[in-house]
Design a protein. Structure first.
Length: 157
């Protein structure tokens, strides 16, 4: 995993590090809207596509976990309401406009960490032929985050 650190906060015996993910996956964002994001190129094997999707799921997991523990986010007045949104399985890729996310500080922070304007753009990073383009995030008891790539067996907790 390669990241660019944006800020570091010391919280007791721990550090909260805000960062932006950097990876080969970002190359996929440069494709035109007319490109089919679910097609695998001749040079790319099915295993490579699956590894790519695991990477996307891991990046989303890390971004949401970091966002929900960030002191700047935790201290916002909407923090508890923001957490509640994720107690049920939430399809983040359904949020295609920034203004749909603006009432949820966790979503805003995760989008900033992932360096995306909308979570809908993450659909274009998925490469497995069975991936539907939907990514689900669930906050599970305490500070656990579960990320699922719909149509695949990819689950990151």
């Amino acid at each position: 995993m390669t990241v660019k650190i944006q800020s570091v906060a010391n919280v007791g015996d721990s550090y909260i590090i805000r960062y932006r993910m950097l990876s080969d996956v970002e190359k996929v964002q440069d494709r035109s809207v007319n490109d089919n994001p679910f097609l695998i190129s001749d040079e790319e094997s099915i295993d490579d596509a699956k590894k790519n999707d695991w990477l996307v799921a891991d990046m989303v997991h890390t971004a949401f976990l970091t966002a929900m523990m960030d002191p700047e986010v935790v201290n916002k007045s909407d923090y508890n309401d923001s957490i509640d949104v994720f107690k049920d399985r939430m399809e983040i890729t359904g949020y295609s406009a920034y203004n749909e996310m603006e009432d949820n500080s966790i979503m805003q922070a995760a989008a900033e960490i992932l360096d995306v304007k909308t979570f809908g753009s993450l659909s274009y990073q998925l490469r497995s032929t069975e991936a539907t383009g939907k990514i689900y995030v669930t906050f599970v008891e305490g500070s656990r985050v579960r990320v699922e790539i719909d149509g695949t067996d990819i689950i990151v907790e």
